[in-house]
Ligand binder design. Structure first.
Ligand code: DAH
Length: 313
């Protein structure tokens, strides 16, 4: 019996119930009548709703709540999957989280101050050119790196530091560069930034954090090394390299991020006294890590929306 038929038969029963009223002691009749009326109204309302729905027809092309009729195949609904970069970004964040880092998300539209000034690139600084920065007509900047968030992270967690704690935060985000696109360069990619400040932060701790991260991410012991680098917002500045995991068919070294001790001007700009506190920071691309992990040869697949590629994950 359909739901509508059920309701109609219930209505019939109720109408018959009314007959019982005359056999009740007079004191109980009113109460009985009220309850029966309420029930009747409820059923009438349900009938009206179902009748209206039947006239309008189904809203969805298929009724996703209907059980499949016996012997009939389920309708084929292909489910989407999470983008591989997002899956890996979750893993990256999870590792840092378990190491005690807070997480902030970077902006996809930022400004000159956060992109440059707050990071010790004064106007006219030659290193500004190295970032191939896009600009909107209004002068906004789709950030060319997640370092744009350093100033905000320092301010957001400054009080923890002043209360005797430390600042420990990672900031994943989407970044944009006006690059010539090829198999290893995209205009849009992902980075993860890290910022740590305490009274005695030092490069040894930084190398420990980074090595730990990469060994957990690739699930094996790794050799790491640094070489001198240059960034206006760190002093000294380093490039951090890992030995490509042999288990992934890799050989040689891969530069995975830039890092260093946070420049005193960057701390000062966020109201943190560099005579009392020191910090280290790092930032590097996520796409490249994922390419190494899965043996991918072309970074452009990530932004390509190619379903046959995405479906492999
Ligand atoms: N933002 C730099 C880049 O994209 C990488 C970087 C270098 C980040 C040094 C840092 C850092 O936090 O301390 O090229």
């Amino acid at each position: 019996m359909s739901q509508l038929e059920n309701l109609k038969s219930e209505l019939k029963n109720i109408n018959q119930e009314y007959a019982k009223m005359k056999d009740l002691p007079p004191g109980q009749r009113k109460d009985f009548g009220i309850k029966l009326n309420a029930k009747k109204q409820d059923i009438l309302a349900q009938i009206a709703e179902l009748t209206a729905a039947a006239e309008t027809g189904p809203v969805l092309p298929i009724d996703i709540t209907a059980p499949a009729a016996p012997g009939q195949p389920l309708p084929s609904l292909s489910r989407g999957t999470k983008h591989p970069l997002m899956t890996e970004l979750d893993r990256v964040i999870d590792i840092y989280n378990r190491m005690g880092f807070n997480v902030m998300e970077s902006y996809q539209l930022d400004d000159e101050f956060h992109m440059f000034e707050s990071l010790n690139f004064p106007a006219g600084h030659p290193a500004r050119d190295g970032y191939d920065t896009f600009r909107t007509a209004e002068g906004f900047i789709p950030p060319a790196h997640t370092s744009t968030m350093q100033h905000r992270a320092l301010i957001k967690y400054r009080q923890d530091l002043l209360n005797g704690g430390q600042i420990a935060v990672v900031i994943p985000g989407r970044v944009f560069r006006n690059e010539d696109v090829d198999a290893t360069h995209e205009h849009t990619f992902y980075q993860c930034e890290g910022v740590f400040v305490s009274e005695d932060a030092n490069l040894g701790q930084m190398l420990g954090v980074l090595r730990n991260f990469f060994e957990i991410y690739y699930g094996q012991k790794l050799r790491v090394k640094t070489q001198p680098g240059y960034f206006p917002f760190t002093e000294p500045s380093l490039e951090f390299l890992i030995e490509k995991p042999a288990a992934l068919g890799g050989s040689g070294w891969l530069e995975v991020l830039g890092c260093g001790m946070i420049h005193p001007n960057v701390l000062r700009a966020a109201g943190i006294d560099p005579a009392k506190y020191r910090g280290f920071a790092w930032g590097g691309g996520i796409d490249r890590l994922v390419m190494l992990k899965y043996g991918l040869s072309d970074v452009r697949f990530f932004e390509s929306a190619k379903l046959d590629f995405l479906k492999e994950f």
